[in-house]
Design a protein around this ligand. Structure first.
Ligand SMILES: *[C@@H]1O[C@H](CO)[C@@H](O)[C@H](O)[C@H]1NC(C)=O
Ligand SMILES: *[C@@H]1O[C@H](CO)[C@@H](O)[C@H](O)[C@H]1NC(C)=O
Ligand SMILES: *[C@@H]1O[C@H](CO)[C@@H](O)[C@H](O)[C@H]1NC(C)=O
Ligand SMILES: *[C@@H]1O[C@H](CO)[C@@H](O)[C@H](O)[C@H]1NC(C)=O
Ligand SMILES: *[C@@H]1O[C@H](CO)[C@@H](O)[C@H](O)[C@H]1NC(C)=O
Ligand SMILES: *[C@@H]1O[C@H](CO)[C@@H](O)[C@H](O)[C@H]1NC(C)=O
Length: 335
């Protein structure tokens, strides 16, 4: 027993030691092998990516732009199509930030009459796309990568791509993440507001009414293309709730002021619908801002409410009385 024991102990010790060594050696060899394969693949990938980027940049001539513009240039590689002959044309990213009934529909048709501008509409009117920050960011990536298709998409030869975003469509709520995204991707913002918030209020109420009543042969229209249609829609004169009116005007003003503060560090331009209507050089300013070649831009939309407000508000005298002496008095008689 005594002689057996040490042998036993020895052999039982020796065997696991040997097997452990074998296993260890095996795993070291495997590890080295796997590591070498992995690093080789990583090496190949990095290498080919670097080569791709280099070749791409070599193929594209340096864009004829000023130094400050360079960070705003993008060369998207869409997943759904090839940019073909325009692959070397840089693309600028923009976002029209606005509120309902502020002329953004009309403004967007003007922009889209430019052969190199794609403004893809009110994409966040669909609730699912703004349910949470991740779905917002996914949607933005798709738009700015040119993989978003609407009737406005110019696809290959877009020089500026964007869409319009209403403040109440997740923009105010998620402003921190959105500002971060705009900073990272260097998106430029076009603010489009209305100066006369009382006229905007009339337009909001008339649009809500038309949604129910559908004045144009049973079809609801937010924008029209003929004066006949515009006149039919303008026949409806809303009655304003004078108790609510002033606080609503104030709220609208505050909402726009807040947005200007949130996005103050993002490259931006502030436009007012009234100025665009009355001063055609404003639309040149926009093209200058987007750095797209200058074109004469056209829209076929027709303004609905053109008459003095006294003819468009059912309880005009009451409204007039309520606003006299307030900061909003100026809205009563201006365009
Ligand atoms: C965000 O919303 C999308 C779309 O509705 C949904 O599929 C996704 O699960 C949501 N993600 C998070 C993190 O809540
Ligand atoms: C604008 O579009 C035209 C035609 O699609 C294209 O030839 C031109 O290069 C584009 N311009 C810019 C600045 O992208
Ligand atoms: C955005 O601009 C900054 C400098 O202003 C630059 O460092 C950065 O690379 C740009 N981002 C992109 C995606 O081009
Ligand atoms: C509405 O119907 C009338 C008569 O049927 C027609 O003349 C008119 O063009 C229609 N208007 C619109 C906006 O469809
Ligand atoms: C105005 O709005 C307030 C609050 O919603 C409501 O209590 C009041 O009845 C409204 N006035 C009129 C004339 O509709
Ligand atoms: C029209 O807009 C241009 C550019 O923004 C401005 O310089 C000019 O003063 C404006 N003209 C009038 C009459 O307001």
């Amino acid at each position: 027993m005594e002689t057996k024991d040490p042998v036993d102990v020895k052999s039982s010790k020796k065997f696991p030691l040997a097997s452990r060594l074998v296993v260890l050696a095996f795993s070291v060899i495997c590890g080295v092998y796997i590591f070498s394969i992995c690093s080789e693949q990583v090496g190949v990938n990095t290498h080919s990516k670097l080569v791709d980027v280099k070749v791409f940049k070599q193929q594209c001539p340096p864009p004829p732009v000023e130094q400050w513009e360079l960070p705003y240039l993008n060369y998207p590689e869409p997943q759904t199509f090839n940019r073909e002959e325009c692959a070397c044309n840089p693309v600028r990213l923009f976002c029209i930030v606005s509120m309902q009934r502020s002329g953004s529909g009309w403004f967007e048709t003007l922009l889209n009459s430019h052969m190199n501008v794609s403004s893809n509409g009110e994409i966040f009117s669909v609730v699912k796309r703004r349910e949470n920050v991740s779905s917002i960011l996914l949607t933005l990536d798709k738009v700015y990568n040119l993989d978003w298709f609407t009737s406005a998409s110019k696809n290959e030869c877009s020089a500026a791509v964007g869409f319009k975003w209403m403040l109440n469509q997740g923009l105010t709520r998620h402003h921190e993440e959105i500002v971060e995204y705009f900073e990272r991707r260097n998106v430029s913002v076009i603010f489009l507001f209305r100066r006369n918030l009382l006229r905007r209020m009339v337009s909001v109420l008339a649009n809500i009414y038309d949604k129910e009543v559908k004045l144009l042969n049973g079809t609801h229209k937010s924008h029209v293309h003929s004066t006949t249609e515009a006149n039919i829609l303008a026949q409806y004169r809303p009655r304003l709730n004078v108790t609510l009116m002033i606080s609503e005007l104030k709220l609208t003003e505050e909402t726009t002021q807040k947005a200007l503060v949130y996005f103050k560090n993002i490259r931006h331009i502030v436009l007012y619908y009234e100025d665009l209507l009355n001063n055609r050089t404003k639309i040149m300013d926009v093209q200058e801002f987007l750095r797209v070649p200058y074109r004469d831009l056209q829209s076929h939309q027709v303004r609905i409410h053109t008459a003095p407000l006294s003819m468009q508000i059912e309880n005009w005298e009451e409204v007039q009385k309520a606003l006299n002496g307030t900061p909003y008095q100026k809205f009563l008689y201006s365009d």
